[in-house]
Design a protein around this ligand. Structure first.
Ligand code: HEM
Length: 126
């Protein structure tokens, strides 16, 4: 018995590429988020997020091969993430998720995870 992963059901790599490119296009022009990302272009950050999400949802495990254990809270510790940064991140990600051409139940499942994960990443008071 083989069970299809969320990654496969949601359209595989193309979906995660669409999601993260849309998200980082918004980050690139967001006055709260853009200064948090040190690189002159956001390509590396977009790739890391894409690979992480692909792995989380049952796709290839390239993220861990390249980056090791995700430890996302620890990796976000150097950044000041209060409600302000959280809300900016959520707004960009909501746009990106809404634009995906996937079934509504898949969208809802994806969004539920992202919203919970973002709330867990808050590490500073305003
Ligand atoms: C709550 C608001 C959040 C903010 C402001 C934020 C900000 C950042 C920043 C500034 C980086 C460094 C960029 C880089 O990769 O060089 C980063 C990395 C990353 N973020 Fe977030 N993030 C947030 C939430 C999340 C959530 C909810 C997830 C996952 C569901 C996530 C996944 C990642 C991943 C996978 C990386 C790369 C880690 C690595 O391998 O180094 N982030 N984030």
């Amino acid at each position: 018995m083989s069970q299809e992963s969320f990654y496969q059901r949601a359209g595989g790599q193309k979906t995660f590429n669409d999601l993260t490119s849309h998200f980082y296009a918004l980050v690139a022009v967001n006055p709260i988020l853009r200064p948090m990302y040190p690189e002159s272009d956001l390509h590396g950050a977009a790739r890391r997020l894409q690979l992480f999400l692909e792995q989380y949802w049952g796709g290839p495990s390239t993220y861990s091969q390249e980056r090791g254990h995700p430890r996302l809270r620890m990796r976000h510790a150097p950044f000041h993430i209060s409600k302000t940064e959280h809300d900016a991140w959520i707004a960009c990600m909501k746009d990106a998720v809404d634009a995906l051409e996937i079934a509504d139940d898949l969208k809802a499942e994806l969004w539920q995870y992202l919203a919970a994960a973002a709330a867990a990443m808050i590490n500073a008071a305003d």
